[in-house]
Design a protein around this ligand. Sequence first.
Ligand code: PMV
Length: 320
Amino acid sequence: MTTASAPGKIILFGEHAVVYGRPALAIPVTQVHADVEIRDSDSTGILIHAPGIRLHADLNSLPSDHPVAAVVHNFLFLSRVSPSPLTPLPKSEGKFPNLNITISSTIPVASGLGSGAAVTVALVRALSAHLNHPMKDEEVNAFAYDIEKLHHGTPSGIDNTVVTYAKPVCFIKTQPIEVFNVHKPFTIVIGDTGISAPTKESVADVRKLWEADQEKWESVFDEVGEIAKQAKERIETGDWKLLGGLMDQNHALLQEMTVSSPELDALVEAARKAGAAGAKLSGGGRGGSMIALAQPEKADDISSALISAGAKNTIVTQVS
Ligand code: PMV
């Protein structure tokens, strides 16, 4: 039996602008994770169980672009077990492994916490260990990025990067990954609206805005990039109090990009009223999650205020 796990993630600063080459900061959230277990099976084929989404199926019965099937097909192609990616395995050849794959995840789906990337990374790591095809982190990351592209159109690659390396990352598209240091730990409260919002749609809507007025949006993205740069400096020097204001500014720019929502704004407002130093939506927006910067002793109050304001769930996480 082989097991592998990958954490959730949140974006601290810079979402959406990161798609246009500006820096963004993201951190792993280890309180939630995707877990994969692989066992050799006595029956022919690759059986996939994901009880959380009521999936119990033979790999070949799933559409080849199914998020889980796509990972397995691509892996078997990469490791030269299968002759082509995204095609059903010809069972008759009998050279394919017989496996039982079980996937579970505590990361809420489509909530900005990187559930898709975490399942991909955990699954590819479990396959690589079980089928004896070692992969370096760079290869896992590149693999997960290809899968993200399949499902999200034009992703920046930030999700797969932070989930693969499980470290705080300052991410700039097409540049080598930069892990950043946290001088003094700080506390983030995550509030989940419970509204599932596909990132693909908000990214496509921001693109329409940008296409209609590139000059305006390039300068908005510059502002966001500058905020992310300043935030990184503050985090690296432990000057975290000024981070709150930067979060508020970033949220205002995300509102301008039309990716916030009444529910997200209500949670952001509730967190600020309950004493958060700053708050913003996190991830694709329109639903999903928001984050609030909290003094540790205020985290529980902020968490309760978020639940009262409609959050379906909260997570308190230390960034260190
Ligand atoms: O919804 P999430 O957490 O997957 O957010 C992705 C961040 C975006 O900047 C909106 C898109 C991207 O690919 O970077």
